[in-house]
Design a protein around this ligand. Sequence first.
Ligand SMILES: [Zn+2]
Length: 687
Amino acid sequence: MSRIDSDRIIELRKLIHYYNKEYYVNNKSLVSDLEFDVLLKELESLETKYPDLFNPNSPTQRVGGDITKSFDSVQHKYPMLSLANSYSKSDIEDFDERIRKIVDIPFSYICELKYDGVAISLIFENGQLIRAVTRGDGTIGEDVTNNVRTISSIPLVLNGEFPQMLEVRGEIMFSKSAFLKLNQQRKIEKLPLFSNPRNTASGTLKLQDSSIVAKRDLDCFLYAAYIDNSKFHKVFDHYNFLSSLGFKTPPIDQRFIEQVNDVNGIMDFINFWDKKRGELPFEIDGIVIKVNEVSLQNEIGNTSKSPRWAIAYKYKTTQVKTTLEDIIYQVGRTGAITPVAVLNPVEISGTMVKRASVHNADQIEKLDLRINDVVYVEKGGEIIPKITGFDISERNTSNLPFVFISNCPECNSKLIKDDGEAHHYCLNFYMCPPQIKGRISHFIGRKQMNIDGIGEETVEQLYNAGLVQNIADLYKLTKEDLLPLDRMAEKSAENILVGIENSIHTPFHKILFGLGIRYVGETVAKKLSASFGNINSLRIASFEDLCSVDEIGDKIAESIVDFFSQDYNNKIIDQLLESGLVMETEVQKDSNHSTIFKNKKIVISGTFKNISREELKTIIEENGGKNTSTVSKTTSILVAGENMGPSKLEKATKNKVEILNESEFFKLLEELQANDKTKQFKQGELF
Ligand SMILES: [Zn+2]
């Protein structure tokens, strides 16, 4: 390795980190985008040349790409407490009084904005980001480091004088503009829109693919530093210290933080931001008030849940009054009934609102909403406004209690509401039009079959014309079918048919997701396809088989068994297979491996002398067998290692499962392989 190259790598990393910080933290563009890209490209090519010099904190790693299969749990060194809430001046006075009972010397408060985001803890060792952990339950959070590395305003490498170990706390969030941009993009891609920036930020941090996180433009403010034997005297010292290391801290000069002496000072700050918060580039949901002196914070202490020396003040969200004109119902793809309030149109923070969410029957009952009531409508961080109550002084005695429908508004079948379920459901899965149309739309979606050219309106047309009554019908469509439809030009008909034709090659897991089995989302579909390999094995899988798959619980297993017990569904799947869809994973088609363990479910337990558990599992898979984790009637072999659990052995004996120890297993493998070879040889001889 050339010394010059390795020096250059270090130099480039430093330089790019610096430009990056100036841009994302200090809002200063020191170089043009082009110059920046040239440097980054140079670094990329040097890093490709010298893979030994890989560093997870290199600026090239910001684009993401690492996949996190499951997020490890991490215990917080210092618990991440949440704040108690307050809603009024008298709550703040009570808070102040509680503090003054404990502290009898002069002290000050720090007021800060309460960012509507997700709390994060960042751990730096020797100035390098080594871990980022979510708050979780306050004691244990999840390791989301890969995703956090992609957030441009978080430094991966620190400047200045840093302690060997440093924990930094802050809030990850969307700016209003980044959130808007994200939804605009989703609209183009015909994906459901996100309604709430905070939930979306939290969901984004848990995405498995960090390259998607990188594209979403999350931002982060850092405001607290944790160091053993910390010498900070005041909350303010945290800011100055963090800022000196290159962190993006809330700007002091814009009154994001203020030191005050009493309740009046606190209320001034609260009232100032109540008026001005609409102008901020990000959402806040309140103000945080902390005792400024660190020594006093320690003296005042914490409850088990929250510090006693700090409190959050929550703003009321924008609220207006209007008349509730009606409640209508939407029937979803799964048959869930969602009531929607129809309002006398009213303006809330600049937008005209005609509909509001009322969630479900329980919610309507809880709020005691009645048609013609004057209701309060609120729009907080969410895009969809909600009804929060009604004005009793304006209730007319002729407004009668609301009665939730008992039959489906679309197909008239009786609605069912199970205990523990929030929604009423229409169970007329096969005949209820919005469910059928919903399933077809779901099937053709971008993450499922990705069929271009068919939007929801086309689905409606195809359904109404009687051309497509289920997903299998799509593959029977002809140009002659399509052309008579309204506004269907020759070109669009061709596009639709090409889109359908191309979708035939969709991978199994996407088809499986597209089938719309309740609780089988994208991730579960991937797990099922990897572990069952093809649709026929999945179709005959028992409840126990399904539960033995990692992360498949009772509810999902039950739903899958139920789905495949219906003739209707099996018929559709058969038709899809006839149309040429391949419902098996690529691996299965690869016939380099033997099939001597075909259809055999094998459980391995305990530890082995000559082979690791992972290696053993690979051997089983390579020979066509299936690794399962629990012993049941359908288990073929239990490979028993040392120190295996007694319950597995007991279950295996009870269910008459063949039990082999390590050497017996390899003897069997050898025998079977030998037979397999003879068979191949004999077949060869015939030619
Ligand atoms: Zn229905």
